[in-house]
Design a protein around this ligand. Structure first.
Ligand SMILES: [Fe+2]
Length: 502
């Protein structure tokens, strides 16, 4: 560990599993323990926040503000490798040149150093998105950066050939499994604290074909959205931004328990002028949707990892709220929307336990589905969970949830273990649910961990891993990941850098 790493504060954001690593490296010829299915051939891309420089300002949101790194776990019969590199954002490059942090608090440019003025603040650390042969590193506060999927070299900022007007792009895009169209949005689309939301569509070749703007009911954190076969759904939860607070050096987000939640609904290929707003419960919060679909009766269902409060401790602190993790009312909730009878409210049904980081097969997106996976805490675990990540506690259990009435399946890890969001790999075998790949961390000392990729039969997660690939290097927690098959990767060559920042 060098001096710069030792100078990080000794706080939960920078210690234990969250200890900054800051190393770009490659590990080849990783050893597989067990049987790697032949059809698990491709690359598991992962987005990892990892601050390159110690902060000069205290920021509760530091965990989600670290420089984006892109990692590739490449799996082929008899050959597995791992590589990780920084996303060379304008911000990262400026800080490397300066040799220190130049940017202040999460999404608050009023806390930056003068040298940061006018520079792109995004750290591209949330989701590696694969569409139309392009790998994009995304974060909802800015535009994506395109990365070479073979070398992980940063190619430049991606603005759809200069067509995109929105200053922001979500890290939770939706791809229609049939048309291969890319649906996405950007909020605070024209600046900090704005209610402007851009709703965009790119065709299967990645060309931006539509961009429409609308006003959200208020400026809210819009982390995820959903698209069904015919509709686009924009949930709004009352975690809100206020420009005056930012100017005073405050936090970007405060959660407002007394404010309504909303879902905006429109035809996905229609005009934003058609948007209808349906009211949800007050004060609720959600980061991730499991899926949305239209029922046979025409009603729309939106399945989400919902809680009665924003679960990020630093957002609760900024809001004067203190709700213990067990008291958040977290549940997998289905909001049903009736378009035809003039109702103006959603109807909620609980369809699963507390949890987050939901995963379904790519082919099920926007369609009726009967099962999905997500992470949760084992209520019977002896001892505390592993500290780390934005909530301060890492998940230790993987669930397979069944919506046809069958019991859930659980893979509960032993004490001292935790896991990150899995990716799903489809199977070519009829009736087979495919495979899940996830990184499992095992704590062996205060800041000591060992890590391994686990490969699970998605239909039989309770049986445990069918293969493990130990990774002999310290890893920082991932945010989201994306699976790209070997065939898709083989179809694209390394692109030349398009437009490198100065
Ligand atoms: Fe997310």
């Amino acid at each position: 560990m060098g001096d710069s790493v030792r100078s990080f504060p000794h706080t939960p954001e920078f210690t234990g599993l969250n200890t900054p690593i800051g190393a770009e490296y490659e590990l080849t010829e990783l050893k597989v323990e067990g049987r790697l299915p032949a059809e698990v051939a491709g690359t598991f891309f992962r987005a990892i926040p990892d601050p390159a420089f110690a902060p000069y300002i205290e920021d509760g949101a530091a965990v989600i503000s670290g420089d984006g790194m892109v990692s590739a776990l490449r799996l082929a019969p008899g050959k597995v490798s791992f590589a990780i590199r920084y996303v060379e954002t304008e911000r990262h490059r400026a800080e490397v040149r300066a040799g220190r942090a130049l940017f202040g608090k999460y999404r608050n440019p009023f806390t930056d150093t003068p040298e940061a003025a006018g520079l792109d603040r995004t750290v591209a650390n949330t989701t590696p998105v694969w569409h139309a042969g392009r790998l994009l590193m995304t974060k909802e506060d800015g535009r994506p950066y395109r990365v070479d999927p073979h070398t992980l070299a940063t190619l430049g900022r991606h603005d759809f050939g200069g067509r995109l007007k929105s200053a922001t792009v979500t890290a939770h895009v939706r791809i229609d499994p049939q048309t291969r169209e890319l649906f996405f949005f950007g909020y605070e689309a024209d600046g900090l604290g704005s209610t402007k939301v851009a709703y965009c569509l790119a065709d299967s070749r990645g060309n931006l074909t539509r961009e429409q703007w609308f006003d959200a009911p208020y400026c809210a954190m819009m982390h995820d959205f959903a698209v069904t076969e015919r509709y686009a759904l924009f949930p709004i939860y009352p975690t809100t931004c206020d420009l005056a607070r930012l100017r005073a050096g405050g936090d970007h987000w405060v959660h407002e328990l007394q404010r309504d939640s909303w879902v905006g609904v429109m035809r996905r290929d229609g005009s934003v002028a058609e948007l209808r707003w349906f009211r949800g419960p007050k004060g609720v919060s959600c980061y991730h949707l499991m899926n949305a679909f239209e029922g046979a009766d025409g009603r729309i269902h939106l399945d989400q990892c919902l809680a009665n409060v924003n679960v990020f401790p630093f957002i609760q602190r900024a809001s004067g709220i203190n709700v213990a993790p067990g008291d958040t009312g977290a549940r997998l909730a289905r909001w049903t929307i009736e378009l035809r009878d003039g109702s103006e409210r959603v109807t909620e049904t609980t369809i699963g336990p507390p949890g987050d980081l939901p995963v379904i097969a790519a082919a099920s997106h926007g369609r009726p589905y009967d099962h999905g996976w997500m992470l949760t805490m084992n209520p019977d675990m002896q001892g505390p969970p592993v500290s780390g990540g934005p909530v301060g506690a890492m998940f230790n259990t993987l669930l397979r949830l069944d919506f046809t009435g069958k019991a859930p399946q659980a893979l509960a890890l032993p004490p001292g273990h935790c896991l990150s969001e899995p990716v799903h790999v489809p199977s070519s075998r009829a009736g087979h649910e495919g495979w899940l790949l996830t990184i499992v961390d095992q704590q062996t000392g205060e800041s000591d961990f060992v890590h391994a990729l686990w490969i699970l039969d998605a239909g039989n997660v309770a049986a445990g891993p069918i293969a493990k690939v130990p990774i002999a290097h310290r890893l920082r927690p991932q945010v989201h990941g994306w699976w790209v098959s070997a065939a898709e990767l083989a179809a694209v060559s390394s692109p030349r850098p398009q437009r490198f920042e100065k």
